[in-house]
Design a protein. Structure first.
Length: 316
C-alpha cells in the first residue's frame, strides 16, 4: 500500500496506523544501514533538494545521507550564497529549483507555515524539516522509533518534555506523535517558557521537576535557547540548571532507570550534564542514527514507494 500523503508537513496529517507503518519501514532501512554497502537503488534517477534557511547539523546531514542511501541525487541549497541574499522570495527560489526537475524539497525555515506554503504551490513533494516553533515531524518520528526500539511498549508509556517548550517545534511534534501511539506526555519548565493553553494539545503541565521526573519512563530534554536569555525569560543559567537541569545528582536520586533523549544541539552544563549523556540510558546518538533510516522511509514513501507487506494501514 502507498502512503496516503503527498507531503509530510505535520504529525497531525498522519494516522496512528500510518505512523506504525512508517516505523516498520524505518526498521527495514535500519537493517540496510547496517550492511557493508548500505545503499538501495529505490530512488535512482530522482533528485532531492535540501532547502535550509536556518542552520542545521543533524537534520540537513541525515536527509542528505538518507537520499544518497536510496541512490537519489541530493543537492544542498546554501541560502547564504544564493540569490536569496539579493532579495529573491521563497516562492521564486522554490519554483526555480522545481523547474530543474526535482522530485522533492526538504525545507527548514524560521517561518511557521513555510512548508505548507510551498506544498500548496509546488508539484514536488515537500518535507517540513522544521518551521519556526511550529513543527519538526521527522524529528518526532525518529524519537518515537528510538523509544519503540528501546522500550517496545508505547501504550501507557510516560514521556516528559523538559525545558523551553514555547520556542520548540520538537515539543509540538513529539506531543502529537507520542500521544497518537498511546503514550502520556507531560511537559515541565519555567512558566515563562511554557505557552498558555498548551495542555489543549494533549499534555499535562508541571512547573517543578523533581516529582514528575520520578514518575516518567523517558525524558526529552530541550535546548535552552541562550540567544533568548537577554529577554529575561529566566533569572540566570545557574538558577535554570538548579531548577530544571538534568544533572547527575538528580538522576542518582531516581528509583528506576530513566531513558534520556535530547534532539540536539545540547548546551552541556545548562539543561543537561555531560555525564548524563554517557549513561547507558541515554539514547541521544541513537536518535541521530535512527534519523537517517526514518528519513529514508519518508523520502521513499513520498517518492511513491510502498509500505512493507506486513504493515496494515487504515485511512487517517
Ligand atoms: N534536532 C535538530 O533539528 O537538529 P539540527 O538543528 O542540527 O538539525
Amino acid at each position: 500500500m502507498k502512503f496516503n500523503q503527498k507531503n509530510l508537513l505535520t504529525i497531525a496529517d498522519i494516522s496512528k496506523s500510518e505512523i506504525l507503518a512508517i516505523l516498520d519501514l524505518t526498521a527495514t532501512f535500519r537493517q540496510v544501514l547496517d550492511r557493508p554497502i548500505p545503499v538501495v537503488p529505490a530512488l535512482r534517477g530522482k533528485t532531492i533538494v535540501n532547502l535550509f534557511f536556518e542552520p542545521s547539523t543533524r537534520t540537513a546531514t541525515s536527509f542528505a545521507i538518507a537520499a544518497r542511501r536510496l541512490s537519489a541525487d541530493c543537492v544542498n541549497f546554501a541560502a547564504m550564497t544564493s540569490a536569496v541574499t539579493k532579495g529573491e522570495t521563497l516562492l521564486d527560489t522554490a519554483k526555480n529549483i522545481e523547474a530543474m526537475k526535482v522530485a522533492g524539497v526538504v525545507i527548514r525555515s524560521s517561518h511557521p507555515g513555510a512548508a505548507h506554503f510551498l506544498a500548496q504551490r509546488l508539484m514536488a513533494f515537500i518535507v517540513n524539516a522544521g518551521d519556526g516553533a511550529h513543527e519538526h515531524p521527522t524529528q518526532a518520528l525518529s524519537d518515537v522509533f528510538t523509544i519503540k526500539e528501546r522500550i517496545k511498549k508505547m501504550d501507557g508509556l510516560k514521556l516528559l518534555i523538559l525545558g523551553d517548550i514555547t520556542h520548540s517545534r520538537v515539543a509540538r511534534s513529539d506531543i502529537s506523535a507520542f500521544t497518537k501511539l498511546g503514550a502520556g506526555v507531560a511537559i515541565c519548565g519555567p512558566p515563562t517558557l511554557i505557552p498558555p493553553g498548551i495542555e489543549k494539545i494533549g499534555c499535562e503541565v508541571f512547573y517543578k521537576l523533581d516529582h514528575i521526573l520520578s514518575e516518567v519512563d523517558v525524558v526529552q530534554v530541550l535546548r535552552i535557547q541562550l540567544e533568548r536569555q537577554q529577554k529575561g525569560l529566566f533569572p540566570s543559567i545557574r538558577e535554570y540548571r538548579a531548577l530544571y537541569g538534568l544533572t547527575k545528582e538528580r538522576l542518582t536520586k531516581l528509583k528506576k532507570p530513566l531513558t534520556i533523549m535530547h534532539p540536539g544541539p545540547v548546551n552541556w552544563g545548562v539543561e543537561m550534564d555531560h555525564e548524563v549523556s554517557v549513561s547507558p540510558h541515554s539514547v541521544i546518538l541513537e536518535q541521530v542514527k535512527n534519523g537517517v533510516a526514518l528519513r529514508m522511509a519518508i523520502l521513499y514513501l513520498l517518492a511513491g514507494g510502498e509500505y512493507p507487506k506486513s504493515s496494515s494501514t487504515e485511512p487517517s
